[in-house]
Design a protein around this ligand. Structure first.
Ligand code: NDP
Ligand code: 2IT
Length: 444
């Protein structure tokens, strides 16, 4: 059996009931096959793939907190420190009831390659909790965040592990967590990114993932002889990534016509009104049913359906496995020419293959959503030099990083005879740097 198949089999056997982690490992290792086979004996001897698929360290802890009725609630907290070969662990914290160790491991594993692709010195990590922030009061959110950080603070630090936001964790949660870290550890340091601007945050971090997604998409289209101007975009999600993807798409002359949340989706034939979206989601923390009050011409539908809309570009920006084979078939049938992932692993393996086989451009999340963590890296740099850069300075660096990521994955795919396969290209380019560092550092 080939080394790749042997390790995939082992990962599935040793990590039962973690389908998302299996999926992420399969996608990466399958596409690395040519690279691994070229050095199979050495990689096997060094156990590179076993080391890469086993986190360096994992923490699972109890998070007790008191709700507004005075009752004690208990959630589970996680932090997986996956790989520190090229820098301190870096990656977000997800707060969502679906969180379990398998989800955190899939996200942490993806983060290793994503962070490598940014060209910045960051290792891979991820964390979170099954806590559901929906419907909680500010006081309950603070109680949870303080309890979560009371344990997490023992394991993180500006030079060891630097968490940030993800689903359910935004500026408010990062603020409460930062305050608790400072209080317990007694140090004011860049231990979290996505901080508020008054206490060490970076301009453009809020916008970075969505903006970065569009910068990479624009470059990918350009290098394939296409222009983003005038293109209809279908976007899913209505959180941080989706909102700023929509904003930048409009700025670049495209027309995003959809967005969604976990209960329904909006179709606005005149183009999504991003100011209305921000007011509904960022200020009121309300549901998308409200959108119609701002835009009477729009439609609201219950359930799932964004991918049934005729579009040129699909931008999945909500969550994992939200675009399946049926959705992919519908996109292809409707003449869609490009899918760029804003979320982490939003496209199933089967749907990805179908999209690629039908000749659409496809950018994997670890490349196209890397602008968020890249700008987190820039926030760390600013914290280290105790300076803040202007919005334009950060945005320009972000743009440069996204263009570089596109060319790294494009070049890597070409180098191994898989031109246009950006999934393979991103995995290979991310892998090469991490493995080089792992080999140089010996058995550890
Ligand atoms: P937010 O919490 O801001 O928004 C998430 C959005 O996705 C919401 O609209 C939410 O709807 C929807 N959503 C979440 N879970 C589900 C689900 N199970 N089914 C249907 N809809 C769902 O998160 P972000 O925008 O930050 O993150 C979105 C994606 O982007 C995630 O995959 C995340 O890992 C990834 N990402 C985020 C980065 C960042 O910097 N924030 C960086 C790189 C990737 P509802 O409100 O109803 O739950
Ligand atoms: O998935 C991701 O890259 C993020 N949620 C952002 C991580 C970060 O450290 O900014």
């Amino acid at each position: 059996m080939s080394y790749v198949d042997e390790v995939i089999e082992r990962v599935v056997k040793e990590n039962p009931a973690q389908p998302e982690f299996h999926q992420a490992v399969k996608e990466v290792l399958e596409s690395l096959r040519v690279v691994i086979e070229a050095n199979e004996e050495m990689y096997r001897k060094e156990a590179i793939l076993e080391r890469l698929t086993n986190p360096e360290r994992q923490f699972i802890f109890r998070v007790p907190w008191v709700d507004d009725k005075g009752n004690v609630q208990v959630n589970t907290g996680y932090r997986v420190q996956f790989n520190s070969a090229i820098g301190p662990y870096k990656g977000g914290l997800r707060l969502h009831p679906s969180v379990n160790i398998g989800i955190i491991k899939f996200l942490g594993f993806e983060q290793i390659f994503k962070n490598s692709l940014t060209g910045l010195p960051m290792g891979g990590g991820k964390g979170g909790s099954d806590f559901d922030p929906k419907g909680k009061s500010d006081r309950e959110i603070m109680a949870f965040c303080q309890s979560f950080m009371t344990e997490l603070c023992k394991h993180i630090g500006a030079d060891t592990d630097v968490p940030a936001g993800d689903i359910g964790t935004g500026a408010r949660e990062i603020g409460y967590m930062f305050g608790q870290y400072k209080r317990i550890r007694g140090v004011f340091e860049g231990v979290l990114t996505g901080k508020g601007l008054s206490y060490g945050g970076s301009l453009a971090r809020t916008q970075a993932t969505g903006y970065g997604l569009l910068y990479l998409t624009e470059e990918m289209l350009k290098c394939n002889g296409k222009d983003i101007k005038g293109k209809i975009c279908a976007v899913s999600g209505s959180g941080n990534v989706a909102t700023y993807a929509i904003e930048k798409a409009i700025q670049l002359g495209a027309k995003p016509v959809t967005c969604s949340d976990s209960t329904g989706w909006v179709y606005d034939p005149d183009g999504i009104d991003v100011a209305a979206l921000k007011e509904i989601k960022e200020v009121k923390r309300a549901r998308l049913t409200e959108y119609k009050n701002y835009r009477p011409n729009s439609e609201y539908h219950e359930g799932k359906g964004v991918w049934s809309v005729k579009c040129d570009i699909a931008l999945p920006c909500a969550t994992q496995n939200e675009l399946d084979i049926e959705d992919a078939k519908q996109l292809v049938a409707n003449g869609c020419m490009c899918v760029a992932e804003g979320a982490n692993m939003p496209t199933t393996l089967e749907a990805t293959k179908y999209i690629q086989d039908n000749g659409l451009l496809f950018s994997p999340g670890k490349a196209s959503n890397a602008g968020g963590v890249a700008t987190s890296g820039l926030e760390m740099s600013q914290n280290s030099e105790r300076l803040s850069w202007t919005f334009e300075e950060v945005d320009e660096k972000l743009h440069g990083i996204m263009v570089n990521i596109f060319h790294s994955m494009d070049d890597a795919a070409k180098k191994y005879g898989m031109e246009g396969n950006y999934v393979a290209g991103a995995n290979i380019a991310g892998f090469e740097k991490v493995v080089d560092a792992m080999l140089a550092q010996g058995v550890c």
